[in-house]
Design a protein around this ligand. Structure first.
Ligand SMILES: *[C@@H]1O[C@H](CO)[C@@H](O)[C@H](O)[C@H]1NC(C)=O
Ligand SMILES: *[C@@H]1O[C@H](CO)[C@@H](O)[C@H](O)[C@H]1NC(C)=O
Ligand SMILES: *[C@@H]1O[C@H](CO)[C@@H](O)[C@H](O)[C@H]1NC(C)=O
Ligand SMILES: *[C@@H]1O[C@H](CO)[C@@H](O)[C@H](O)[C@H]1NC(C)=O
Ligand SMILES: *[C@@H]1O[C@H](CO)[C@@H](O)[C@H](O)[C@H]1NC(C)=O
Length: 496
């Protein structure tokens, strides 16, 4: 949040130069790959010829199945338990009964469970309200998290990967944590990809994980609307997220991206061969996706691929709640149009008559350029042709004193739910976040619940429906004006 300013500064005029080097590298890598493929084909053919017995046709015999079978579905017997976690900004009240554990509680519980290690991937740190020089009582949850974390830092291995801050010296929270014994590595995304490290996740004891939209920011606990998931007792999944963490940790030291990544960063779990595991006693298939593509070791599905495939798989609905939605590379110079996601949504609506709903955030910093593109999507609506895309804007109302808190009072959610799948991510939805910015997502595919508890998919659907039909969301009509809805003084219209 804090960083729309930083971000703009991060993405500089070097774009074009980097783009052309990137393309050159890509072409040479493709050429190499083709050569390697051709060579291996020749080799395999030769080997086959050598090994195939001549003369009488060989009798079929059972092949040693283990060596020939592709690693179809990796399974895991950990008793994994998943819960959705949320931050609901102070003053927001919903009529729906859909409530979840708070992110503050979840982080406290995770720290309480930690016995040997805690790895955190983060964008920036402002857990105390020193950054704004204010005396906000609602900063106390962030301050409690920081204090608990600094106590842990002296007792067990705490590692923090963070986007390189603008200052050369560590300041504030990070300096305190370092002095308390945490290991900190800064990842210079500006140099690496001209993006930022936007990922937000925790890996505890290589066993429990948190992933979601909340930054290490006190506002993310009390003043910004956030959504994430915690998975307990799940080493299979935690060790896979651990690989993404190790990649950031490696980059923090090497300051250059290996190509290809060493085998230790590879994964067997992706959109085609997800991890099979019991989640809350219900058989599920799960994987983690990651961006940018250059950070994806062998086997890893990119964030964009996972989004497109989840959409492609939807049969009846696609619900999306993201802060920003833009079919552009919003930080590139010169401007570039980028419609991979936009096209996929229109395709689902047209080809399969999938009902599409987008819940986008609207606050004083909303970029006006988002609105015409959203109106364009929302115009794909016609009962006779069975086209059904709708867009609503979610406003977090503020009292006059809340309005003074900078970078707060906004819906920062980044998730998607379809009739089959829950996708919980850390990225805004515009091209940059899939091309140059580091982010990651948890994708959970569940069949019908086999326990008393509803599936994650249906819990996430309930969160979406709660927000969509609440008084905080406004339909995007063709005559919608950003100024009126996103920038107005809202305390007068809502009795909060
Ligand atoms: C998402 O986009 C907004 C607006 O550009 C920006 O303020 C924010 O930092 C971005 N990242 C996060 C944390 O969602
Ligand atoms: C953490 O503190 C030590 C000194 O105690 C210093 O050598 C190290 O560079 C600091 N780490 C970072 C990432 O600044
Ligand atoms: C994780 O497993 C431990 C040991 O089996 C158990 O005591 C604990 O309740 C589990 N945690 C959750 C959240 O299920
Ligand atoms: C979800 O699982 C089903 C059944 O295994 C599979 O057919 C489908 O492709 C999966 N969907 C996604 C988006 O991975
Ligand atoms: C809750 O329901 C009441 C009565 O239907 C309505 O006036 C109010 O706007 C609703 N509040 C929210 C947050 O949706």
């Amino acid at each position: 949040m804090k960083t729309d300013i930083t971000y703009d500064q991060l993405v500089d005029m070097e774009w074009q130069r980097q783009e052309s080097t990137r393309k050159a590298r890509l072409y040479s890598r493709c050429a190499m790959a083709l050569l390697t493929l051709a060579a291996s084909l020749l080799f395999v053919t030769a080997l086959f010829n050598l090994l195939t017995p001549r003369g009488p046709a060989p009798r079929p015999h059972p092949a040693p199945s283990s060596s020939l079978r592709l690693p179809q579905f990796e399974s895991c017997s950990d008793p994994c338990k998943i819960v959705l976690v949320e931050s609901i900004p102070e003053g927001l009240e919903f009529n729906s009964s859909s409530t979840h554990l708070s992110i503050f509680q979840a982080w406290m519980t995770l720290m309480g469970e930690a016995r040997s290690s805690l790895d955190i991937a983060s964008f920036y740190w402002t857990l105390t309200n020193k950054d704004t020089g204010t005396q906000e009582p609602s900063a106390n949850q962030g301050e409690t998290i920081l204090k608990t974390l600094s106590e842990l830092s002296g007792k067990l291995s705490v590692r923090i990967a963070v986007n390189t801050p603008q200052e050369t010296q560590l300041k504030g929270d990070l300096r305190w944590l370092n002095e308390s014994g945490a290991d900190i590595r800064t990842v210079n995304m500006r140099e690496l990809t001209s993006g930022v490290l936007h990922t937000k996740f925790w890996v505890v004891d290589k066993k429990h994980i948190y992933i979601g939209s909340a930054n290490m920011d006190w506002r993310s606990l009390t003043q910004v609307k956030e959504l994430g998931a915690v998975v307990y007792n799940c080493s299979c999944l935690a060790s896979d997220l651990g690989k993404i963490f190790e990649a950031y940790w490696f980059l923090g030291e090497s300051q250059s991206i290996p190509a290809p990544w060493p085998a230790s960063f590879s994964t067997a779990y992706n959109k085609d061969t997800p991890l099979q595991l019991p989640l809350n006693d219900t058989p599920s298939s799960v994987y983690l996706s990651s961006s940018p593509p250059s950070f994806c070791a062998s086997g890893r599905t990119t964030d964009l691929q996972s989004i497109l495939s989840v959409m492609d798989d939807a049969q009846s609905f696609i619900y999306i709640a993201v802060m920003n939605y833009l079919p552009t590379m919003e930080f590139s110079h010169p401007k570039r149009y980028w419609a991979d996601i936009d096209t996929q949504l229109r395709r689902a609506a047209y080809e399969r008559r999938v009902k599409v709903r987008l819940l986008i955030s609207c606050w004083p910093s909303t970029q006006p350029v988002m609105i015409p593109f959203l109106k364009s999507l929302a115009s794909v609506q016609d009962a006779k042709s069975k086209l059904d895309i709708q867009v609503r804007l979610f406003v977090v109302p503020s009292t006059p004193s809340q309005e003074k808190i900078p970078y707060a009072r906004v819906n920062h959610n980044k998730y998607m739910v379809t009739d089959k799948v829950a996708y919980i991510g850390t990225s805004n939805w515009s091209g940059d976040y899939f091309v140059s910015t580091a982010g990651s997502a948890l994708v959970v595919n569940q069949t019908v619940s086999q326990s008393a508890e509803p599936t994650v998919q249906s819990q996430l659907q309930a969160v979406f429906e709660r927000d969509w039909s609440s008084a905080y969301s406004t339909p995007l009509t063709q005559d919608f004006q950003v100024k009126e809805i996103c920038k107005m003084h809202r305390s007068s219209t809502f009795s909060v």
